[in-house]
Design a protein around this ligand. Structure first.
Ligand code: PMP
Length: 320
């Protein structure tokens, strides 16, 4: 934990997880200034601890903080704080590519003030939790046509708590109706695919074209998405980042074309999608063992544990 006051971040302090005390006037309770990240530490084949794409997560955290009118986190506070915490808890990073240690850094506004304003005081905290991949079976997803997650010009590209609060009700409704996840559409035309829950969404068409919605300020710039796009080029896939109308995907499936669909995120890794339900009709995707998404998943897992060359400098190894 570190505190921000009078324009400066304090040094960090590490302690066992414990309750913190905040005034009811703390601004995070009222005006939504909360930002978080989610990254993972893996045990490499040679025993070292790897914090995957640590610098990318720090940069994205600062983009989120900027959008929420919160002060940036210095790189050394973020990196050294997490490194030291992991060194102290290194036994939790076990040698199994299916498991990882999830790292949750977050910043909350703590100034005691009732007026709507940017807080002048903040806390930066990091908690750890061992984790398996979120989903262990292919997902049944529903295209959400009543609610939207984010609009252009809004804060959808920030990892701000409010984005997640607003998506809970539609998600709960979808679960009650028997679905595992939602696909969000764009706010304006309700036609173009944006993302899915806590994942970006990607498709593989004809077995060799990786297609994903182009980034905008209503889509989170996923680090798993970015990693997969780079690995896909290496693997001989063509890569298209473009608007994808939900109708296009449904039409292709109806025409009998081979369409793979999957969600990608740090927590979810790659989660194959089995059916897409749109306007009451269900569309089945391609899930057979030769699907390209499994190849991409293996490649990503291999980079993270040092079994495939780390061409892009994604692995941040701790010297322990
Ligand atoms: N979209 C949303 C809304 C998310 O919360 C996440 C998880 N951070 C993602 C996409 C995937 O991002 P990443 O690959 O960086 O975890």
């Amino acid at each position: 934990v570190a505190a921000y006051q009078k324009g400066e971040w304090s040094a960090y302090r590490i302690s066992p997880v414990q309750a913190i005390s905040l005034s009811p006037l703390a601004m995070c309770f009222h005006y939504g200034q909360t930002v978080f990240e989610g990254l993972k530490a893996f045990r490499m084949a040679d025993g070292k601890i790897n914090v995957f794409r640590m610098e990318s997560h720090w940069k994205r955290m600062n983009r989120s903080l900027e959008r929420m009118a919160m002060p940036p986190l210095p790189q050394d506070l973020f990196m050294e704080g997490i490194e030291e915490l992991l060194k102290q808890e290194s036994d939790w990073v076990i040698d199994d590519p299916e498991y990882s240690l999830y790292i949750r850094p977050f910043v909350i506004a703590t100034e005691k003030k009732l007026g709507v304003d940017a807080s002048q005081e903040y806390l930066f905290m990091v908690v750890l939790s061992p984790m398996r991949a979120y989903y262990n079976k292919p997902l049944k997803v529903k295209v959400e046509t009543d609610y939207i997650r984010a609009a252009r010009g809004g804060a959808g590209a920030a990892k701000n708590g409010g984005n997640y609060g607003a998506s809970l009700l539609p998600q709960i409704n979808a679960k009650k109706a028997g679905f595992d996840q939602i696909i969000w559409l764009d706010a304006k035309e309700k036609q173009f695919i944006e993302e899915s829950g806590t994942m970006n969404i990607l498709f593989i068409l004809d077995g060799n074209r990786l297609v994903t919605p182009a980034l905008s300020d209503s889509i989170l710039d996923g680090i798993t998405r970015d990693s997969l796009l780079k690995l896909a080029e290496e693997e001989g896939f063509s890569v298209e980042e473009r608007p994808i109308a939900i109708e296009e995907i449904c039409q292709r499936i109806e025409n009998g074309e081979r369409v793979e669909a999957f969600g990608a995120g740090t927590a979810a890794v790659i989660s194959p999608i089995e059916t897409i339900s749109y306007n009451g009709k269900s569309y089945g995707t391609y899930l057979a063992a030769d699907a390209g998404m499994y190849r991409l998943k293996n490649q990503l897992s291999s980079v993270r544990v040092g079994k495939h060359p780390d061409k892009y400098g994604w692995n941040h190894l701790l010297d322990t």
